[in-house]
Design a protein around this ligand. Structure first.
Ligand code: NDP
Length: 337
């Protein structure tokens, strides 16, 4: 089969493209600039006849994907802004929501062969950040972020803007399915990963230009930018990039995934847990908070990933495996100095 991957040059998307190609699919990838194409062609040169790359300059335009969806059997919609530099909410919310609607609308009108659309959502659309410990499930929705944006507008913190963009985009997808249920020839799967970490295949010229999640890891673990207190008090969850990529492929293959949102989470962490894991593979990395006692930590933002195990059959990379592979890559790049 042939799969459309939107935002094909992104951190997660390049792994999605690789996983699909390795599994024998043909892939049509969209990027927003011509200059993103050569690196992808080079990365996947052994699959030259199976990878097609096209430019969709503005995903917010109606009909943006009308040509892109023609002849594909499925869609992986990953393109969406993930950064913490938004000056106002619409900067993220508009591309996130309109991009999602636009790809679904094009699939409805012009994607005669499309049977499944996977939306790369996020646990940003699941969690509620109230400072209390939770084990979130697919029944949870981050409507708090959307309310906060309504109340605070441009004064809202960047992570709230990002979370609202993901909540609104995923809601838009489910609403589209509901509104068009008599007409749609496909079903939708939403995948909800927390922080995604692991080696990268996308084009990055220097560490400062890493994608948001990996840059956060790099700054904390390699550049030692957090206070000792933050290293043991900030907790969240994560998944290896290879596992979320595999989840995208499996979501096309498991009939039961249709109509489901699925949390894809490999575990939870404090930054100090990552430091301790990374230092097993590169002992010269900064030691962080040496008075850390893991037993005293309350891991506040945890997820029940049993649905992913049940429906997709995923087994997750461990923190040690991911840390080893990130450290190995950073070493090879000479970025650990
Ligand atoms: P990247 O920044 O590496 O990739 C984002 C992709 O989306 C790029 O192809 C980018 O294109 C495209 N994009 C961004 N803004 C726009 C826009 N306004 N219009 C069109 N395309 C746009 O991020 P990730 O790979 O990390 O993120 C991919 C998806 O995964 C996103 O939907 C994100 O929300 C989600 N996600 C990521 C997590 C993580 O920890 N990394 C965790 C949970 C979810 P360009 O290169 O041209 O900017």
């Amino acid at each position: 089969g042939k799969v459309l991957v939107t935002g094909a040059n992104g951190y997660i998307a390049v792994w999605v493209v690789k996983t699909l190609l390795d599994q024998g699919y043909s892939v049509r990838g969209t990027v927003r600039r011509e200059s993103a194409i050569p690196h992808l062609k080079e990365t996947f040169k052994e699959y030259a006849d199976k990878l097609e790359l096209i430019v969709v300059p503005d995903i917010t335009k109606d009909g943006a994907f009308d040509e892109a969806v023609k002849g594909v059997d499925a869609i992986e919609h990953t393109a969406s802004p993930f950064h913490m530099n938004a000056k106002e909410p619409d900067e993220l919310i508009i591309p996130a929501v309109r991009g999602t609607r636009s790809v679904l609308q094009s699939a409805l009108q012009f994607g005669d062969r499309v049977r499944r659309v996977v939306i790369t959502s996020s646990t940003a659309s699941v969690l509620t950040d109230d400072g209390l410990p939770h084990v979130f499930t697919e029944a949870d929705w981050n409507d708090r972020a959307v309310q906060d944006i309504a109340a605070q507008g441009a004064a809202a913190p960047p992570h709230t803007i990002y979370r609202a963009s993901k909540t609104l985009a995923e809601r838009a997808a489910w609403q589209f399915v509901e509104e068009n249920k008599e007409k749609v020839q496909f079903d939708v799967v939403a995948l909800n990963p927390p922080y995604v970490w692991g080696p990268f295949l996308h084009e990055v010229d220097k560490p400062e230009n890493l994608n948001t999640s990996v840059l956060d890891w790099y700054n904390t673990i390699v550049k030692n930018t957090r206070t000792p207190e933050q290293l043991v008090s900030i907790t969240s969850s994560w998944v290896d990039v290879r596992d979320i990529a595999l989840a995208h492929a499996l979501s096309l293959q498991k009939p039961e995934a249709g109509g489901e949102r699925i949390i894809i989470s490999g575990g939870y962490w404090t930054w100090q847990d990552w430091i301790n894991a990374a230092r097993k593979y590169e002992p010269s990395l900064p030691a962080g908070n040496t008075s850390y006692d893991p037993k005293s930590v309350v891991y506040k933002t945890r997820y029940d990933a049993s649905k992913s195990e049940r429906i997709l059959g995923i087994t997750y990379h461990s923190m040690d495996e991911s840390a080893a592979d990130i450290v190995k890559q950073l070493k090879e790049k000479g970025w650990l100095q």
